[in-house]
Every structure is written in C-alpha cells, then in structure tokens.
Design a binder for this molecule. Structure first.
Ligand code: CP3
Length: 354
C-alpha cells in the first residue's frame, strides 16, 4: 500500500521533509480560481457545484503538489443548511440574517441539513476519486463557537458584541445554539467521512476572543463533543484542531480534546509548543502532531525574509511530528510564485528567491 505522508505525520511519524498544505490553498490568489469564479454565479454557487468545487480543490495541487487537498467549501455551509439565509457579497464577505433570540433559533432545522449539503458530499466523492494515492483529502467544518459568531453577528465583526451579548443575556439559549451546532457539525462531518474525507480539520478562527472564564464552555466543550462523537463512529480518522489565538487556552484545549493534530497561529513560538504542548503529551504516550505556523504575510512578502522564517521552522521542528502550514489562510494578493518558492524550501530543493 502506498503511504500517505500527511496521514503518517498525523500518526506521529517523522519524515526527512515534513508534509505540507496551506489553509486557503485554493482561492483568489490563483488566476485559474478567479477565472472559474467569474464564470459561476457567486461563491456559494461554486461551493454547491460538485464539479466546480472538485476542480478548484485540485487546482493548487496541480501547481504545487501539496500532500493534502482540502475540500473547497466554507464553514458557513452549516448555518446555510440549517436554514439561515446566507450571501457572500463582493468585497464584503459573508452576510447572514442574524440569529439573536430563542425565536430565531427555533427556525433553524437540523432535519434538512444533509439534504441541503448533499452537493458538498458529492464534491468530496469526486475529489477522492481524482486524487493520487499518496495524497490525503481533508474535510472540514467550523467549530460551533466560530460558526455562532457569524450566525449571531450576521457576518464578520470587530467586537463580537452581539454574540457575547447573546451568550451573557441568555446563557441557556446560547448553550442551545452551541449544542445545535455541535449536532449539526457531527452529522455534517460524518457525511464528509462517508463520502471519502480521510482527515478532518476543525476551524475555530475566533477561539482567541473568548474570555478565559468562558473558554471551557464556548470552545472546549463543543469541540470535545464533536471529537468524541467522530472518534466513536470513525476511530481511524485523524482530527486537527485550529483554535486560533487561543494562547493560554491551548494546553487545556489539547488535554481535553485529545485531537491528533494541533494547528498553530503565527503568535505561538514553535519551540515553546514543542516543549510545552507536544512533549508532555508524548510523555503520556499520546502523540500530537503540530501544524503551522508561517505568518501568511511572510508568504506574501516572499524572498529572503520568508526563506529565513521557513528555515527556522524546519530547524526547530526537525525530529518531531510536524505538518508545515501557514498560521492562517493564504492572503489573496499573494503572488503564486511565492507559493512555489515555499514548496521548494519545504522539500529542501534549490530555490531562487522570488
Ligand atoms: O482552505 C481552503 O482552501 C478550503 C476552502 C475554505 C474557504 N473558507 C474558502 C473561501 C475554508 C477551509 C474556509 C474556512 C472559513 N470560512 C473560515 C475559517 C478559516 C479562517 O479563514 O479563519 C472562516 C472564518 C470562513 C468564513 C468566510 N468565508 C469569510 C469570513 C469569508 C470572506 C472573507 C474573504 O476572505 O473574502 C469567506 C469567503 C471565502 N471562503 C472565500 C474562499 C476562497 C473567498 C470567496 C471569494 O470571494 O471567491
């Protein structure tokens, strides 16, 4: 059987060169994506078109031969499939009809989720059928807290005052929202796994704005319920958690969730994570693979400044289970040649500074 370097790393194996993929590796920095996007109705139409979603997923692998493909979709498909209205407005990002009360919540329906999201699962099957045997297909979802942020705010936000306002004003109602999202996410991810996803990443992009006293209830508990349900049904599917900017919450998150991989934002020194997050787990006989965490702005800059940062990461993480990635998604202005330079550096190939 052909071994998949990405899955091997998640089992705790160490290779000469770490496997790599990039968050938002498919998207607007690629001219072939922009071309396909222009011919489709909009971003949501792309996500719900299995043939186009499959094509976009594979675009970055054709150029850079990453070790893993991530399903082209969005974390907001879950609220959309629960019945919340969703639009992606040009230049503004997502726009949803906000959910701010028990009444709004009562209009969301778990029952229609799998049927509405069916094109996503069909995209997963298509991608899986077209991937080379040494490549891994990553499925994903947002974590309940982060998805709730968008659902309650009605889009992106600076202060996240509505979502926190809901949580503090009506703790029972907010708990019900997080529980609904946990159930929805479990069904949604199990369907991705049944369709062919071989690993899962849970994006908790806004974990870092939660106050220390709420971190357990808003971030850890919903994640634990998802991880334990997935592990009960699909024990061999590895799960990577990405609690972005969780800083002092990282150790508790790791201990409580027992995820296989921990994706780190650029603010976490990898040498510290290796010593204080990874090593204590290894001592207990539990392996955790670290992933990350090059600043996407260094990929945007390219050249010698990026090369030095990549070399530092590779040196620090030599000899321990590691997957190379960015600390957040590829920025849309990134020149594609910088991604080629990055791929060459990770593989230890000769590279001319772009
Ligand atoms: O990583 C990948 O290549 C897979 C595809 C993917 C997308 N979104 C495609 C996308 C994944 C994994 C996501 C996750 C996602 N979506 C997150 C978590 C990760 C993160 O970035 O923090 C979040 C918070 C969202 C919600 C979302 N989707 C926002 C806030 C936006 C608008 C902001 C922006 O960059 O325009 C989107 C749109 C979106 N999702 C695009 C893509 C390629 C841009 C759509 C376009 O205009 O073509």
């Amino acid at each position: 059987m052909i071994k998949k370097p990405f899955l091997e790393a998640l089992k705790g194996h160490v290779a000469d060169h770490p496997p790599f993929w990039l968050m938002r590796q498919a998207g607007r920095y690629l001219p072939e994506y922009r071309q396909l996007r222009a011919s489709a109705g909009g971003f949501l139409d792309l996500c719900l078109d299995p043939i186009k979603a499959c094509e976009i997923t594979l675009q970055p692998l054709r150029r850079y031969d990453m070790d893993a493909a991530i399903l082209f979709s969005d974390i907001l498909i879950v609220p959309f499939a629960l019945g919340q209205s969703l639009q992606f407005l040009e230049g503004e990002g997502p726009c949803l009809d906000p959910v701010r009360s028990a009444d709004d919540l009562s209009r969301l329906r778990l029952e229609g989720l799998l049927a509405t999201a069916q094109p996503v699962f069909e995209a997963v099957s298509r991608i899986k059928a077209s991937l080379a045997p040494e490549k891994t297909l990553i499925g994903f979802a947002g974590s309940p807290w982060t998805v709730a942020c968008y659902m309650v705010e009605g889009g992106g936000s600076k202060e996240y005052a509505h979502v926190k306002g809901f949580a503090y004003r009506d703790p029972q109602g907010f708990k019900a929202l997080l529980e609904l999202l946990s159930h929805a996410t479990i069904d949604y991810l199990c369907a991705q796994i049944d369709a062919g996803a071989e690993a899962i990443q849970l994006f908790d992009s806004w974990a870092g704005i939660v106050s220390a006293d709420d971190f357990e209830d808003f971030v850890i508990k919903p994640t634990v319920s998802i991880v334990s349900a997935l592990k009960a049904r699909h024990p061999h599917i590895p799960i990577i958690g990405f609690p972005r900017m969780a800083s002092l919450g990282l150790a508790d998150y790791l201990r409580a969730t027992q995820i296989n991989g921990l994706s780190l934002d650029p603010g976490v020194p990898l040498s510290w994570a290796k010593e204080h997050l990874q090593a204590p787990m290894l001592h207990k006989g539990l392996s955790v693979t670290l992933q990350g965490n090059l600043d996407p702005c260094l990929l945007l800059a390219g050249g010698a400044v990026m090369r030095r940062a990549v070399e530092k990461i590779l040196t620090v993480m030599q000899g321990v289970p590691f997957i190379f990635n960015l600390g957040h998604g590829v920025i849309k202005e990134t020149p594609p040649s910088h991604v080629a330079q990055l791929a060459a550096l990770i593989r230890g190939q000769e590279s001319h500074d772009a």
